[in-house]
Design a protein around this ligand. Structure first.
Ligand SMILES: Nc1ncnc2c1ncn2[C@@H]1O[C@H](COP(=O)(O)OP(=O)(O)OP(=O)(O)O)[C@@H](O)[C@H]1O
Ligand SMILES: [Mg+2]
Length: 360
């Protein structure tokens, strides 16, 4: 168990800043998910924590102690790298046992721990195989076992589940979380999947171009992203542009195209009448309405896609932009059919349209 603190952590490659002034406090046993687009600095952050990359500036504290002078192998950090190279000349058993042998544990204990771990990652019976005799997903699980078997105080996982098919992926998510909580390992997991991030982590960090955009609980980030960028990353797909009117009774009217949507802000939005705004709403929060009313706008179905647990529509003609409702009940909608959509005021997020303001 350990606390981890990053203070003003910065990494430059030449003139390029890969990680820019990152600040983060991770509590003992906490699991943090790091989310962001390709090249935004996730792996670089983990490499600095592990000691494989020297920061340009800033401090990394483990249990309050600066780790700068401690070499990687003495940091007690378990690492799962994105390109999880296994040792090709070692069997599965030997790969997983490697770190325990370095720790000079008794043979019997090594065997017991490796076997336990192989059973957790569902690889029982494959211990004598070589990496080349395993599928991509199996190799990934060996690497995961190798990272966790030493019971590190800090665990860094860089996209550990990216190669697994959906069902196994969910099972492994549950296992990782269970082991992590059971052993109380302070963990940072990198993922590009926002659903994985919110289902695994105590807190989620969204990064963009080396900078932290938002840190919060899964619910905060899922329900109240701080910017359109974060919303986009968290799977919001409907984005509308409009102009704000004067707020009344906690509701902010925003004129989008020829319709006005009311957004519940309760005075919390820093938006003045006349400001250009961006609105966003999660697909599953847009509902079908039976009759006209406030925040009900009609449009035409362009496509309807059955997704199993939802039916996803593409609806045009409501605003200038396309709207993407996800309906939980199975309903058939034909192309060109007119539907009335309800946008609940408390479910709409509103932001100043910074781009538009800059252009003016
Ligand atoms: N050794 C290096 N020399 C120069 N540039 C580098 C080096 N390592 C990383 N970069 C650059 O730093 C940026 C951040 O890289 P990083 O690997 O941290 O991204 P990432 O968020 O992990 O992306 P991905 O999701 O694709 O794995 C990228 O633009 C990358 O090209
Ligand atoms: Mg990476």
């Amino acid at each position: 168990m350990a606390t981890l603190e990053l203070q003003h952590l910065t990494k430059k490659f030449g003139d390029f800043t890969a990680v820019d002034d990152m600040n983060l406090s991770v509590a003992e046993g906490e699991m943090i998910a790091l989310l962001g687009g390709s090249g935004c600095g996730k792996t670089t952050t983990l490499r600095m924590i592990a000691g494989f990359t020297e920061p340009f500036s800033g401090t990394i504290l483990v249990d309050g102690k600066d780790v700068r002078s401690i070499p990687p192998y003495r940091r007690n950090v378990g690492i799962f790298f994105q390109n999880y190279a296994l040792f090709p000349h070692m069997t599965v058993f030997e790969n997983v046992a490697f770190g325990l042998k370095l720790q000079k544990l008794p043979k019997a204990e090594i065997r017991e721990r490796v076997e336990n771990m192989l059973s957790l990652v569902k690889l029982v019976g494959l211990d004598r195989r070589y990496p080349r005799e395993l599928s991509g997903g199996q190799q990934q699980r060996v690497a995961l076992a190798r990272a966790m078997v030493t019971r590190p105080t800090i665990l860094l996982l860089d996209e550990p589940l990216s190669n697994l098919y959906a069902k196994l992926r969910v099972e492994m998510q549950v296992e990782i979380k269970r082991i992590q909580k059971e052993l109380g390992i302070t963990t940072i997991i990198v993922t590009h999947d926002h659903e994985e991030a919110v289902s695994l982590a105590d807190r989620v960090i969204v990064m963009n171009a080396g900078r932290v955009q938002q840190i919060g609980t899964p619910q905060e980030i899922f329900d109240r992203p701080v910017s359109p960028f974060v919303a986009d990353f968290m799977g919001f797909s409907t984005f509308l542009h409009g102009v704000a009117g004067p707020e009344e009774n906690g509701l902010l009217p925003v004129k989008c195209g020829s319709h006005t949507l009311h957004v519940r802000t309760d005075g919390g939005a820093d938006i003045a009448p006349g400001d250009a705004c961006v609105l966003t709403i999660r697909s599953e929060n847009i509902a079908l309405a039976k009759e006209p009313g406030d925040n009900v706008v009609s449009g035409q179905v362009r496509t309807s896609t059955y997704k199993g647990h939802t039916t996803r529509l593409e609806v045009t003609g409501c605003f200038d932009e396309t709207v993407y409702p996800a309906l939980s009940e199975y309903t058939e909608h034909k192309e060109g059919e007119t539907v009335q959509l309800y946008f609940p005021p408390e479910r709409i997020c509103v932001y100043k349209d910074e781009k538009k303001m800059e252009d003016q």
